[in-house]
Design a protein around this ligand. Structure first.
Ligand code: UDX
Length: 588
């Protein structure tokens, strides 16, 4: 007789795993606090779009093998194994939010109080190394009054399923990782999988901390692999004749590299990569071992979506009033999930620049409505979306977009310009009939890197033409290649992920002016979210000294831009106005 399994948390991982187990005859009791979700599941309907899931779920609920409940005690008492599959989202400071994990551990612990037989708890949620031993285990022990391994077993069993492929990945995983706190619980979980898979996938039984870190290392490697392809793609764009698709095909044939996760594009998003990489980066820093490679991956990916804006501006000039069609909103094809999708960055930036947006996605329209409501026009199909547009951007590589022909665009668009952010079209075919630019395709027509936006946003390496310096203090800079080249501006710049403002300024001033700054006196950080909805904009006001001076501590920010002097609000202008006046006064 197969064991009955309970699930805590019915997102992609929990519901897909439960449904797949039921499809092979296992009984699953699925617990979630969300009543509506529980009702929908009991009707045999998944609360999100996932290929192949509805059919299996409907069958599982009809046969009674899968039931959903809002009663956690029933779920634990009527099962012998509990999978914890709740979410582990990011806090605003990029640390991992363990609220749901802690609640699940407490709820399971409380339910265990009433249990007279041994129970096994499996942590499938993504948690940072040591969380299971240091947080989950003591929480369950405290609330249940029981001890592991005597009364209950505990394992970490990370999940590697991809949205859009969740069923397939659950039924055919590359491997199974079991991080066991004791041998018996590892045996219990292994035997569950032995019964589930007709051909057992490779299995690695190890410590909980290894299992936890394997999950992070896996996601970090995959996203870094994509970012590597994106970086080479960005270089290709500067080299006429170069094409990233040929380059990744060639390097992917090297068995040591492999072809998967090398598709260059506008960057990665989703519910896992962004939060996991940020959490790993912060965790590693806290452990005293920063991971600059991961920080670089995050930084490059932060800017990657903006390449779509850069290309649009390079082709259309000022975007105010221009109609831009966005094809694809979900973070990848075959899902309606829009979490951390690059479409959000792209659309918000286009809106901030005054463009009018029409958008279409085969599955994510309801989520798009929630985010933008009537700020953008949502079309019912791709053809309506591109009608009358000045430019079309492919943001997600849905299969149906690949079927569009150049004539579909030329017949409908006001200005037939296509920016292929996911390399879905044949460059030769499209270039013949319309203006076609693509990520990773070298082109002689435009040179986007020479066209930074008005704040020099996309080009962190903008060099300085001149600086006004008083003794060792840098007051103002003039920059090359910006529309402000004739104006003095405050030195300041990009703050990288995880970098403090002080360090960023020191780095920038060193890079740009060749000066080593010993200390900085940061006067104020000012952000203006109304003007810049992306909320990534800050103005930095500070004075710098090559020796001595105060170092004031500030919080980390994700990025910064330059502002014109006359844009600095009155309250902050004081110090600089004073400095400038003093300077010119002394000069005279
Ligand atoms: C990922 C991991 O793949 C999975 O193992 C883990 O369990 C959860 O996180 P998921 O986020 O569902 O899965 O999607 P995935 O297919 O990995 O794609 C993530 C992002 O990378 C998407 O935005 C996708 O468009 C992008 N991507 C993927 C690329 O840009 N290029 C590629 O070659 C592959």
């Amino acid at each position: 007789m197969e064991p009955t399994i309970s699930f805590f948390g019915l997102g992609y991982v929990g519901l897909t795993t439960a449904t797949c187990l039921s499809s092979k005859g296992f009984k699953a009791i699925c617990y979630d606090i969300d009543k509506q979700k529980v009702n929908t599941i009991n009707q045999g309907k998944p609360p999100f779009y996932e290929p192949n899931l509805s059919k299996l779920l409907l069958k599982a609920t009809k046969t009674g093998l899968l039931t959903a409940t809002t009663n956690p005690t029933d779920a634990v008492l009527n099962s012998t194994i509990t999978f914890i599959t709740v979410g582990t989202p990011s806090n605003p400071d990029n640390t991992i939010d363990l609220t749901q994990i802690e609640n699940a551990a407490k709820t399971t612990g409380k339910a265990l109080q009433q249990k007279t037989t041994h129970h096994t708890i499996i942590v499938k949620s993504t948690v940072l190394p040591t969380t299971t031993q240091n947080i989950i285990k003591p929480t369950i022990e405290k609330t249940s009054g029981k001890r592991t391994p005597k009364d209950f077993g505990l394992c970490v069993n990370p999940e590697f399923l991809r949205e859009g492929n969740a069923v397939q990945d659950t039924l055919n995983p590359d491997r199974i990782i079991i991080g066991e706190t004791d041998k018996e619980s590892g045996d219990t979980l292994e035997s569950l999988y032995q019964n589930f898979y007709s051909k057992m996938p490779p299995i690695i039984r190890t410590t909980p901390v290894n299992a936890e870190l394997i999950k992070y290392a896996n996601n970090a490697f995959l996203s870094t692999k994509i970012t590597f392809a994106n970086s080479i793609a960005n270089l290709c764009q500067k080299l006429p004749g170069a094409d990233i698709t040929t380059i990744t095909k060639a390097i992917g044939l090297d068995k040591r590299i492999g072809p998967l996760f090398l598709n260059a594009g506008l960057g990665w998003g989703g519910s896992c990569f962004p939060k996991d990489l940020k959490a790993l980066s912060v965790f590693a820093k806290k452990m005293g071992t920063p991971l600059p490679l991961i920080d670089a991956t995050l930084l490059i990916n932060h800017y990657q979506p903006l390449r779509a804006i850069q290309l649009t501006e390079a082709l259309l000039g000022k975007l105010k009033g221009k109609k831009v069609a966005v094809l694809g909103l979900s973070f990848k094809p075959d899902t309606d999930d829009i979490r951390e999708a690059v479409s959000i960055r792209i659309i918000n930036e286009l809106l901030a620049k005054g463009a009018r947006i029409t958008a279409y996605d085969p599955a994510a329209m309801h989520n798009a409505k929630r985010i933008w409501n009537n700020k953008i026009e949502l079309s019912t199909n791709a053809y309506k979306c591109i009608q009358g547009a000045d430019c079309s951007i492919i943001v997600t590589e849905w299969k149906e977009f690949a079927g569009l022909e150049p004539e579909d665009f030329t017949a409908r668009m006001r200005n037939p310009i296509v920016i292929d952010g996911r390399r879905v079209f044949d460059p030769n075919k499209f270039s013949e009939k319309l203006t076609y630019v693509a990520i990773g395709l070298g082109t002689e027509r435009i040179d986007p890197l020479e066209q930074p936006d008005e704040y020099g946003w996309l080009n962190p390496a903008l060099s300085v033409n001149a600086i006004i310096q008083e003794k060792n203090r840098i007051l103002l800079v003039k920059r090359k290649n910006t529309p402000f080249k004739n104006q003095w501006s405050l030195p300041g710049g990009y703050v990288e992920y995880g970098e403090t403002v002080e360090n960023a300024l020191k780095r920038e001033i060193k890079e740009e002016c060749g000066l080593y700054i010993d200390s900085l006196n940061l006067l104020e950080v000012y952000s203006s979210p109304e003007r810049h909805p992306s909320k990534h904009v800050v103005t930095l006001c500070y004075s710098a000294n090559t020796s001595g001076g105060k170092l004031s501590k500030v919080d980390e920010v994700s990025s910064a831009r330059f502002f014109r002097i006359n844009e600095i609000p009155e309250t902050l202008a004081f110090d600089h106005t004073q400095m400038i006046n003093d300077f010119f006064h002394t000069k005279k």
